[in-house]
Design a protein around this ligand. Structure first.
Ligand code: NAD
Length: 458
């Protein structure tokens, strides 16, 4: 079968895999190949056990794989044979040298640019899918267009806004698709090519086009705004605990203002995930680079409050449990950074587990999808850690349960049975405010939500 367009994606991660599966599924006349330097990842994408968990992803991949969706380690061939190349490699926070702990580490991205230059035998459209500092496209242009051999590269920015846990739905019905380009004839033509691909399933009014710098910056700003709402309500949750107000009631009252809206206003142990912290720090670094210290300080405080909230959770546990956790057995319900994903990158659970072990507590980690990642995250940390998938069994013999991920399955367990099997007095620290606190209290638990008065029997 001959295909209208041939598309390559470099980087088969959380973004590259699902995004390309959706394009292949919606555009049967496009051939989509996803390549990666990690052969195990590619083997997993080609198997029945995909490397990531997302509701609906298995079905999506299986329907298109082998038809017009292919996963391969042959990057050189991929670059040679495809006209449209998405770059979706990781852009973590730099851990060395200038900007360590703040700036984006662009080594994977730059390596990819050089590979594209080395192996291309014809002109290409190269699309930044990774989240990058504003003006990265300029560097990409300079690397790619350094040879005078008639091959030309048009760079587009097409940041990905999917949220883990709802990736398939977000890709199928995105709030918006953003495509930035240079506003030259070539740039606009390349932009139109990508608009045409998305127009196969995304309504036209949801496909936004912009200049390339606005597009790059919009992704960082979107994540900063989302994280800022979480830190705002979490900051208020600390005040609620002092003032005996209920943060859920405050959040409902505030969120009903149509100018504010109700989403992302749930108090919790804070945000995690691979993106929010790194993208805000990247924004902070950029602002400092441009001499905008007040702007940098403003955004940096979003991250400061997030760490504060996690530390506060531990301090509340310590205070409630008579100022010592040493030798006590604590069950963690949930390790993923949010529900419906197995991803634990930057999960608040890692911080909380580590702090509990420092207090010499023994911990039992439970999660329906993230135990494998949890084991990796906690490797090398001294202390007694057990892994038990079933949440009721995990709580047996424990002094306390700390609910860290908002998995639905925790809402409707047999709390009487769980209580009966625990050491007394039994505690629940609901780090996501999803349980029926009154019911747990009536059974006999001492219940500590976030940003609400605790319900205790003392
Ligand atoms: N995870 C999310 O929810 C999300 C959402 C939106 C945007 N983003 C952004 O998308 C980008 C990718 O994120 P991710 O979560 O998919 O990362 P990831 O770590 O899951 O995947 C990146 C993949 O790129 C591969 N890779 C690195 N260098 C390569 C090279 N030279 N050639 C081929 N493959 C290479 C890695 O092996 C890895 O499999 C990041 O910039 C991230 O900020 C992520």
């Amino acid at each position: 079968m001959s295909f209208e367009k041939t598309i390559l994606c470099i980087g088969a991660g959380y973004v590259g895999g699902p995004t390309m599966a959706m394009i292949a599924s919606q555009c049967p006349r496009c051939r989509v190949t996803v390549v990666d330097i990690n052969p195990e990842r590619i083997a997993a994408w080609n198997s029945d056990d995909l490397p990531i968990y997302e509701p609906g992803l298995d079905e999506l991949v299986k329907a298109a794989r082998g038809r017009n969706l292919f996963f391969s380690t042959d990057i050189e061939r991929g670059i040679r044979e495809n006209d449209i190349i998405f770059v979706s490699v990781n852009t973590p926070t730099k851990s060395f040298g200038l900007g360590a702990g703040m700036a984006a580490d662009l080594q994977y991205w730059e390596k990819t640019a050089r590979q594209i230059l080395e192996f291309s035998e014809s002109s290409k459209i190269v699309i930044e899918k990774s989240t990058l500092p504003v003006r990265t496209a300029l560097a990409m242009e300079r690397i790619l267009n350094c040879r005078e051999n008639g091959i030309c590269f048009d760079i587009l920015s097409n940041p990905e806004f999917l949220a883990e846990g709802t990736a398939v739905r977000d890709l199928e019905q995105p709030d918006r698709i953003l495509i930035g380009s240079r506003e030259t004839d070539c740039g606009l033509k390349a932009r139109q090519t990508l608009v045409d691909i998305y127009a196969n399933w995304v309504p036209k009014e949801r496909i936004l086009t912009s200049n390339i710098w606005s597009s790059e910056l919009s992704k960082l700003v979107s994540n900063a705004f989302l994280a800022q709402r979480i830190s705002s309500i979490n900051a208020i949750s600390a005040l609620c605990e002092k003032a005996e107000a209920d943060v859920a009631e405050v959040s409902r009252a505030v969120g009903m203002d149509s100018r504010i809206g109700p989403k992302f206003l749930n108090a919790s142990i804070g945000f995690g995930g691979s993106c929010f912290k790194k993208d805000i720090l990247n924004l902070v670094y950029l602002c400092r680079h441009y001499g905008l210290d007040e702007v940098a300080d403003y955004w940096e405080s979003v991250v400061t409050i997030n760490t504060y909230q996690q530390e506060r959770f531990i301090r509340n546990m310590l205070g409630a449990m008579f100022n010592t956790l040493a030798g006590k057995r604590i069950c963690l319900w949930g390790f993923a950074f949010k529900a419906n994903t197995g991803d634990t990158r930057e999960s608040p659970a890692i911080f909380i587990a580590r702090r509990l072990l420092e207090e010499q507590a023994e911990i039992v980690v439970s999660d329906p999808k993230a135990l494998k990642n949890a084991r990796t995250d906690l490797t090398g940390i001294a202390g007694r850690v057990h892994y038990v998938e079933d949440p009721s069994r995990a709580a047996e013999g424990c002094h306390a349960i700390a609910l860290l991920t908002e998995w639905d399955l925790y809402r409707n367990l047999d709390f009487q049975k769980i209580f009966d099997g625990m050491a007394k007095p039994a505690f629940i620290f609901d780090g996501r405010n999803i349980l029926d606190h009154r019911r747990c209290f009536d059974i006999g638990f001492n219940v500590y939500p976030v940003g609400k008065p605790p319900l205790t029997h003392f």
